[in-house]
Design a protein around this ligand. Structure first.
Ligand code: 6PG
Length: 251
């Protein structure tokens, strides 16, 4: 574990994906228990990395220990597909977590992927404004926000060379995956950077070059959306496995 003073963040390296998932679930639980609020808002990441963490939260002891009635779940981004589509982040979360825990349906605030994307971005922004009581500079504040890292340096669905990088006005935005063209609805960087705590979950060799560039502050790393994640008042944790961290300079 090291604290990168220059970036005011914590870097935690676990041996493998399994230990990363265990640590991620523990950080979730710890953040929840230390919260002084009756409702705890969490934005979940999508893709494949969070599946293992969801599995730890869906199994004993955490499935029974976590006060799920206090937890409100949101998504950092969603693919514009219905829940039963293999690409649905909500659908994946339902299978790996939601179907295994006692959480009220009213605490689950999915992005409705089957809606028209621009209308859904507007609707979800309104949901965040109504469900997240705390704001800073008029922007909703999540208690905890998980992010993944794409091998191209994207995070949530903020992709490199996209308008989203400079979007400082919207809470939610519509994006298109640069390769597949798949439409997404995503939180914007201002909302991400307004969270009280942001945890990146990054696993695997395919991420090691981006990790080395971003966390090593290499020349030009700011072009990657993930490098723009710099919480304005919250904590930032990069939770990596050894494969993703392999090219990091030894602290
Ligand atoms: C998504 C995610 C995206 C993801 C990264 C990493 O909807 O795809 O939110 O930002 O976190 O692409 O994905 P993996 O965990 O599958 O590598």
């Amino acid at each position: 574990m090291s604290l990168n003073a220059a970036r005011q963040e914590k870097i935690i390296v676990e041996s493998n994906a399994e230990d990363l998932a265990i640590r991620a679930a523990a950080l979730f639980y710890e953040a929840l228990l230390t919260s002084d609020k009756p409702a705890f808002s969490v934005a979940l990441s999508g893709g494949s990395t969070p599946k293992r963490m969801f599995g730890k939260l869906a199994a004993a002891p955490l499935k029974d220990d976590v006060p799920w009635r206090q937890v409100h779940l949101f998504w950092g981004d969603e693919r514009c597909v219905p829940p039963d589509d293999k690409d649905s982040n909500y659908g994946m979360t339902r299978q790996t977590l939601l179907d295994h825990i006692d959480i009220p349906d009213s605490n689950i605030h999915r992005i409705i992927g089957e809606n028209e994307s621009a209308a859904e971005a507007r609707r979800y922004a309104a949901v965040l404004k109504s469900q997240l009581p705390m704001t800073v500079a008029g922007i909703p504040v999540f208690d905890l926000l998980f992010l993944g890292l794409g091998s191209d340096g994207h995070t949530a669905s903020v992709f490199p060379d996209s308008d989203a990088l400079d979007n400082t006005s919207d809470i939610c935005l519509v994006a298109s995956h640069p390769e597949s063209g798949q439409q997404r609805v995503s939180l914007s960087l201002p909302v991400i950077n307004n969270a009280r705590m942001v945890i990146f979950l990054v696993s695997g060799k395919s991420k090691q070059e981006r990790i080395a560039e971003i966390l090593g502050d290499r020349e030009g790393h700011q072009r990657y959306p993930a490098a723009r994640v710099q919480p304005t008042h919250g904590r930032l944790v990069w939770l990596l496995d050894q494969d993703a961290a392999e090219k990091l300079p030894v602290p």
